[in-house]
Design a protein around this ligand. Structure first.
Ligand code: NOJ
Length: 563
């Protein structure tokens, strides 16, 4: 059996719209990506995951697809794609595409057909229900982007289901024709030479109610309003079956990396789905650690802010490390196009920006699993300074602000503060390449303004500075390729109850490494019963190798090979 190359790989995520614009229209594009492949090669990543590049009305940043087998004109042509892919492969970089097949755009021809009549052959590609007795929506479910999950289609007198925006109707995976379409489009891209898929909200394709036939209301967390419904529509009973079918029909015939985005996934599902023998995908993006700075079970979901307790993060990541060890495989991520910038969220994006960005990278890249780097994370790019709601470009934030302030009586400043902390535009400001206008992202007007800190934070400066966050990532990525202990070593948490320090061991044969991360700006003192043989990588100059009464500096991090 071929060695699992994806276990020792590091994946770099590109959000194409915000990466590099080659033609001055203000939108990043494929030629822009191709022009930056040398940069990615210098960083040393093995795989690129591209957020969607398909034709889309862009209601949800391209996650609403109207043609699965073409390139959006604003991103370029299929010839540009072929050229980009060839250039990646020439550099030994593999390409993973975003597979968004829980829903389509409402402008996809399947949906246009489905709307024509109740007996149209495409009607059953989507999920339709009769109105409730009062003519209203069938359930009290709130969509991820606010409003009901049900949109009434007057000409045919039924509601269709959309868990995200109303322009993203849910596909009906109970229909075998839908699954065959998905297999077909996967083969289309694999035959072109792509190396795998990141599967958007893949654990929503099987829905509990679809099997037992009943639709139930979600529990009431906010009396008088719509209710969050994700737990009712994720991880349905046919999920593994659908994914195993996909593996049999498609994935087993190619050498791929597959990662399924899986909100609400549990460790049991993680093992079930990523077990090499009986599962179907290589790894999942689980969300538990992304939820630790929100109030659990709150009707406002991720927007109900809470300060992270480091002990919760340790317990959570350790559960996943231990739970999947030897049985499945973890993905490792702190940021992506949906999450705030890690250095702003978990680190310190002012005084200790560089130190804390490196600390977070050490924490993540020391673990077992496949690390993901989201564009700009390797520069320590920070959250966007939203001055007002007018700075929102993402429909999730725009809709939340409107419904929170206009319907639920939440103070505008509270809603705006939630957006500053959790809004997705934080990660979507253009990539900062240099100190020229618009950070070198475009010669035109960017689709959303660059972060005003670009004169200080950009790749050109980072490349020249051997102490930069960039070069630290480069070293971490190189280490993963050179050191099997980082890929395969057993993980063991230390100091579980320490409120400021995240420390763990990785062990493989005679190799034993200690990963030490001071998560805050204090100077905790540690006393650990180990002898240091070598400081492999660290974000401060050495202050000696003794672990006896060792004072950690603010956000200090190190990987230490032990005697
Ligand atoms: C998850 C994607 O990452 C996010 O950007 C998108 O809005 C939803 N799925 C819906 O496709």
């Amino acid at each position: 059996m071929a060695p699992a190359w994806w276990k020792s790989s590091v994946v770099y995520q590109i959000y194409p719209r915000s990466f590099c614009d080659s033609n001055g229209d203000g939108v990043g594009d494929l030629r822009g990506i191709t022009s930056k492949l040398d940069y990615l090669q210098t960083l040393g990543v093995d795989v690129v995951w591209l957020s969607p590049i398909y034709p889309s009305p862009n209601d949800d940043g391209g996650y609403d697809i109207s043609d699965y087998r073409a390139i959006a004109p604003e991103f370029g042509s299929m010839a540009d794609f072929d050229q980009m892919l060839a250039q990646m492969h020439q550099r030994g970089i593999r390409l993973v595409m975003d597979l968004v097949v829980n829903h389509t755009s409402d402008e996809h021809p399947w949906f246009t057909e489905a709307c024509k009549s109740k007996d149209n052959p495409y009607r059953n590609y989507y999920i339709w229900r009769a109105p409730a007795a009062d003519g209203g929506p069938p359930t009290n479910w709130e969509a991820a982007f606010s409003g009901s999950t049900w949109e009434f289609h007057a000409p045919t007198g039924e509601y269709y289901l959309h868990l995200f925006s109303k322009k993203q109707p849910e596909l009906n995976w109970e229909n075998p024709r839908v699954r065959a379409e998905v297999h077909g489009l996967m083969r289309f891209w694999l035959e072109k030479g792509v190396d795998g898929f990141r599967m958007d909200v893949i654990n929503m394709v099987s829905k509990t109610y679809a099997v037992d036939g009943s639709l139930q209301d979600a529990p009431v967390l906010r009396p008088g309003f719509l209710q969050p419904a994700f737990t009712l529509v994720t991880n349905g009973p046919r999920l593994l079956e659908f994914l195993q079918e996909m593996r049999r029909e498609v994935l087993d015939h190619y050498d791929t990396l597959t990662v399924g985005e899986a909100p609400c996934a549990t460790i049991r599902q993680g093992v079930e789905i990523t077990h090499p023998d009986t599962g179907a995908l290589n790894m999942l993006f689980q969300f538990e650690h992304m939820d630790l700075d929100s109030v659990p079970g709150h009707g406002e979901g991720k927007w109900a802010l809470k300060t992270l307790d480091l002990r919760d993060l340790k317990a959570c990541l350790t559960r996943w490390q231990d739970g999947l060890a030897g049985q499945g495989w973890n993905s490792l991520y702190l940021g992506n196009h949906d999450q705030p910038r890690p250095v702003s969220r978990f680190g310190n994006d002012s005084t200790y920006r560089v130190e804390s960005a490196k600390m977070l990278a050490t924490l993540l890249h020391g673990m077992q699993g496949t690390p993901y780097v989201y564009q700009g994370e390797e520069l320590g790019m920070t959250n966007k300074p939203y001055a007002s709601e007018a700075d929102c470009y993402d429909l999730e934030s725009i809709n939340m602000y409107r419904s929170a302030t206009q319907e639920r009586g939440i103070a505008p400043e509270v809603a705006l503060q939630a957006i500053r902390s959790k809004g997705r535009d934080n990660a979507r400001t253009p990539m900062q390449w240099n100190a020229n206008s618009h950070a070198g992202f475009t010669t035109g007007t960017p689709w959303q303004p660059v972060n005003p800190n670009y004169p200080q934070i950009h790749s050109q400066a980072a490349l020249l500075d051997t102490n930069s966050v960039f070069h630290y990532y480069r070293q971490l990525i190189a280490l993963r390729k050179a050191q099997p202990v980082l890929v395969h070593g057993r993980y063991q948490l230390l100091l579980a109850e320490h409120p400021e320090v995240y420390a763990y061991l990785r062990t493989l044969g005679d190799e034993r490494w200690l990963v030490l991360c001071n998560f805050y700006g204090g100077t905790p003192v540690l006393d650990l019963p180990y002898q240091v043989a070598q400081r492999v990588i660290a974000n401060y100059p050495s202050a000696g190798t003794s672990l006896h009464n060792m004072v950690l500096r603010p956000f200090e991090a190190a990987m230490l090979r032990l005697e």
